[in-house]
Write a protein that binds this ligand. Structure first.
Ligand SMILES: Nc1nc2c(ncn2[C@@H]2O[C@H](COP(=O)(O)OP(=O)(O)O)[C@@H](O)[C@H]2O)c(=O)[nH]1
Ligand SMILES: [Mg+2]
Length: 363
């Protein structure tokens, strides 16, 4: 089985693109470039960068992600190995396994369900570490599979309005920039909206992404009303016949009532022009936040009617298991994962490969 973050071969890629339509995130854009620094001058988008994996001075996306998820998987997989050294699956091993799953950020509810399911079939039988990993991977994949869902921007009214929400630093602006580049590479017209009007750096950061993918960015001065900007952006996109509007928002702490209220206002204002918009509200969660991701999901679901998830920073964390906990609790579709800062580091989510990697089956 191929690693879920591996690049597809060109033939596979073309077939997959054709099959999935332009909404898919898995295909490579024409000119891949690393993430722009907020203050750094943007390179001309026509200058193709070499494949990151081929760079000798810094590790490529694949290497970074392998080592990142390895931190998640090795905790789980080494733990399984140390529990199951020629032992029977008895009450004690099941309890140890449950503790290990909780420590791996899968959450208490899912951990006890998974151990119960495992115990049901195999109690009192000799069992080795590999078969425990296999059984766990298959149970985790079953949990995640129904939620593996590509972001569909091909159906529904034009323009498709996508709102990015999440706490500060979770990766909203970066994910938005990566997605814009992919959509552009698939021939879509895109308008990016610098809805984080709190910080100058956030506006510049989005503008740098816009330059790279040659995508227009609608921005206002710092402190401008985000809802007013959202209204104008949608009006302009409707006038221009734009396919997709990608709206950034300020990082909102889920316990900050005022900020959540502003987010609700942005949504109300968008609805004045198109009752069906925003068509997607994507919650961007940082995997390194661990269990905190659960309370973030709950709060944003309530305030903004989140429709799907992107989990970022799976390249550098031992807490990848929290994706399983969030999915299990909220049943939100998982559109994509972020495995690095570069434009090529946004990948479609694949449940089976993720589960296998998390349990250490693919080492
Ligand atoms: N390693 C890694 N870094 C990421 C990823 N996504 C975003 N980042 C970095 O996380 C930081 C915060 O991202 P940003 O998009 O500004 O977050 P925002 O505040 O939610 O808009 C930036 O330095 C990004 O380059 C990812 O998938 N992997
Ligand atoms: Mg931002």
């Amino acid at each position: 089985m191929r690693w879920f973050w591996q690049k597809q071969k060109p033939a596979e890629e073309a077939a997959a693109q054709e099959e999935a339509g332009s909404g898919t995130l898995d295909a490579e854009p024409a000119a891949a470039a690393p993430a722009p620094e907020a203050a750094a001058p943007a390179e001309p988008p026509s200058e193709p960068e070499p494949e990151p994996a081929a760079k000798s001075d810094k590790p490529g996306a694949l290497a970074r992600f392998s080592s990142g998820l390895k931190r998640s998987s090795s905790r789980l997989s080494e733990g399984v190995a140390s529990i199951f050294t020629r032992r029977k699956l008895d009450a004690q091993t099941l309890e140890e396994l449950e503790d290990l799953l909780i420590a791996s950020d899968l959450g208490t509810a899912l951990a006890s369900r998974l151990t119960a399911m495992l115990g049901k079939d195999r109690f009192d039988k000799n069992i080795d570490a590999r078969s425990v990993r296999e059984a766990l991977a298959s149970l985790i994949a079953d949990t995640l599979h129904p939620l593996q869902q590509k972001l569909d921007l091909d159906s529904g009214p034009r323009p498709q309005v996508v709102l990015f929400v999440g706490v500060n630093g979770s990766g909203k602006t970066t994910t938005l920039g990566k997605l814009a580049a992919r959509l552009k590479a698939h021939g879509k017209s895109v308008l990016m909206v610098a809805g984080d009007t709190f910080r100058a750096a956030a506006i510049e950061q989005l503008q740098a992404w816009g330059k790279r993918s040659n995508t227009p960015v609608l921005a206002r001065e710092i402190g401008a009303d985000a809802a007013g900007l959202a209204y104008d952006a949608l009006a302009q996109a409707r006038k221009d016949g734009t396919d997709v509007v990608l709206m950034d928002t300020a990082g909102r702490l889920q316990n900050k009532k005022e900020l959540m209220e502003e987010l609700r206002k942005v949504i109300r204002v968008i609805k004045k022009q198109d009752e069906s918009a925003p068509h997607h509200v994507i919650l961007v969660l940082d995997a390194t936040a661990g269990q905190n991701a659960l309370s973030q999901a709950g709060a944003f679901l309530e305030a903004a009617g989140v429709t799907g998830l992107v989990m970022t920073k799976l390249d550098g964390t031992a807490k990848g298991g929290v994706l399983v906990a969030v999915s299990d609790k909220y049943h939100l579709p998982i559109h994509a994962i972020g495995i690095g800062e570069g434009v090529e580091d946004l990948r479609d989510f694949d449940a089976e490969s993720f589960a296998a990697a998390l349990t250490g089956l693919q080492e």
